[in-house]
Design a protein around this ligand. Structure first.
Ligand code: AHM
Ligand code: MG
Length: 335
């Protein structure tokens, strides 16, 4: 986001208006990308409404099936997947979708769509039944396959640096949409009585360091020695705070605002990390870099990873630059 554009668009501007104004800065296909971001916002409003009713209607609990990751799908996972697919298919800008909930890429039959979207429709869904924040994570690429043909896997396998936009929606104490198109990070807060997202946090930047570390401590003994050393050092830091709710979007958003680090290292159960590269790590790494932070996988910056398959996992360290740099130092000491 340019300084001029931020000044021109005060806090309180609607998301629609913001996107329309910002599209002047998009490199190409201005109207289509704007429409696509609006389609994602629309689906998130519908999902947010369903989430708010969880407990009153029969949409909590397990769906009774496993997704491609071998994880139990929750009913709301399935509902969110349907809602996002419907919004993206009806919107017409997307030729293909990659979803955490489906093995294969989804053809939208909009062969003229110029974009593809990789999405985790509802992340942290084990938290639904207990009223803890959950989120949606999305990543957008301009297709590399010819317009007028079906989407192909290569459209999704371009690598993190080719994302044209990425972000998340956090269904928390309020619902917020945070996204980047490569010109900074902006946040919009949902006002439910008006049915609109309003510009609320301009040009977000993560503090260069912080006291918060977010990691599942139960796996500590399984972490590699340098990661254990880093976590132990964090614990000893004056004023350090461990904060981990097990919803990536919630943990990430808090640390973005306050400064800190999120860690999901390899464990015995998930030796390549748990989080998914294309629809969890790449988009959040794009956001964190745009906010002045860093996303690292243990050997390289997440955005530099060459993807090998659509549902691949990776280790993820996301946060304030100084903390990631310290972790990198530990990891390099070990070599
Ligand atoms: P999901 O995509 O199946 O919801 O899993 C991803 C979630 C993240 O939101 C969260 O950070 C992590 O898994 C928690 O994993 P764990 O329970 O192993 O700590
Ligand atoms: Mg997920």
């Amino acid at each position: 986001m340019t300084v001029e554009a931020t000044i021109a668009l005060p806090v309180g501007t609607t998301l629609d208006r913001f996107i329309m104004r910002q599209q002047e800065n998009f490199g190409y296909a201005k109207g289509e990308l704007s429409q696509l971001l609006r389609d994602i916002a629309l689906a998130s409003k519908i999902i947010g409404k369903e989430i708010n009713r969880a407990g009153l209607t029969d949409i909590t609990g397990a769906f009774g099936r496993e997704n491609v990751q071998g994880e139990s799908q929750q009913k709301l996972d399935v509902i969110a997947n349907i809602r996002f697919k419907r919004a993206l298919i009806n919107g017409g800008e997307v030729c293909g979708i990659l979803s955490e909930e489906e093995d294969e890429i989804i053809q939208t039959n909009n062969y003229n769509g110029k974009y593809v979207v990789a999405i985790d429709p509802l992340d942290g869904s084990s938290n639904i039944d207990v009223n803890v924040s959950i989120g949606t994570i999305f990543s957008i690429y301009r297709r590399v396959s010819p317009v007028g043909t079906p989407a192909v896997i290569d459209d999704f396998m371009q690598g993190g640096r080719k994302q044209v936009a990425a972000g998340y929606i956090l269904y928390g104490s309020s619902t917020v949409m945070v996204y980047t198109t490569g010109q900074g990070v902006n946040c919009f807060t949902y006002e439910s009585s008006l049915g609109e997202f309003f510009f609320s946090h301009a040009d977000m930047t993560i503090p260069s360091t912080g006291k918060i570390y977010s990691v599942n401590d139960a796996y500590f003994d399984e972490f590699a020695a340098p990661v254990q050393t880093f976590v132990t050092e964090m614990r000893r830091t004056k004023g350090a705070m461990a904060r981990y709710i097990g919803s990536l979007v919630g943990d990430f958003h808090r640390n973005l605002l306050k400064g800190g680090i999120y860690l999901y290292p390899p464990t015995a159960k998930t030796p390549h990390g748990k989080l998914r590269l294309l629809y969890e790590c790449y988009p959040l790494a794009f956001v964190i870099e745009q906010a002045g932070g860093r996303g690292y996988d243990g050997t390289q910056d997440i955005l530099d990873i060459t993807p090998t398959h659509v549902h691949q996992r990776c280790a993820a360290y996301l946060g304030s630059t100084q903390l990631i740099d310290e972790l990198v130092k530990q990891l390099n000491c070990e070599v």
